[in-house]
Design a protein around this ligand. Sequence first.
Ligand code: ZN
Length: 236
Amino acid sequence: MILKALLRRTPFWRPLLHNGLWRLPPALARVGGRGQVLLSFDDGPTEASLAISRILEAHGARGLFCLVGQGLPRDAAAPSPKEARALALVKELQRGGHALAVHGLDHGRLGLRAPRRVTRELAEAAHRLEEATGLRPFFQRPPYGHWMPWLGRASRRAGLLPLFWSLNALDYRATRAADIVEPVLALVRAGDILLLHCSGPGQEHTRAALPQILEGLRAKGLQVLDPGALLESLHA
Ligand SMILES: [Zn+2]
């Protein structure tokens, strides 16, 4: 159990670094409290994003989807055929009441890139998401959580706040749903931001695990935080 927790728990210094040093709101690596957990899903928009959103909706829950921008059109009125599908998926997520965030323009490691480039790319991804939804995104989640302290300003210049996670489901390593469900339900606690994925290996296990996670959270007295409400409280 200790090893599992070490693997999945975000290192203690990460929220300190991003909350403390850069004086950003305390929504960066933990949220809510009062028995709430935020479910976040990286790497969409994919067909799996849509399937996941439907599972959440069937359980009365909403998620935060962190989306890669490059598959979305620069101009939502003139998408290529491939972009049109990505655009439709994003609109479906929005229609389902889920919140959307930037997961980079591509899936590269931002910490290896110059701050100006990071600002440019995040702004471009935010623009494409705003084109698709009519809403300016508020959060960005760096791919792999790869980050450097000096990128705090680069992100703010793009009008985005970095959002990490506190509990990684490691669903991309799962070979069965139980690999996800059991450690998540053993480790989860109020205020956690749980990281799951909409693509990659283990995807079908994520979908199979999700109803069990939702039911398990309820059995533990934890509620799934509505990220739309979180965004409203941050804007207030
Ligand atoms: Zn990712």
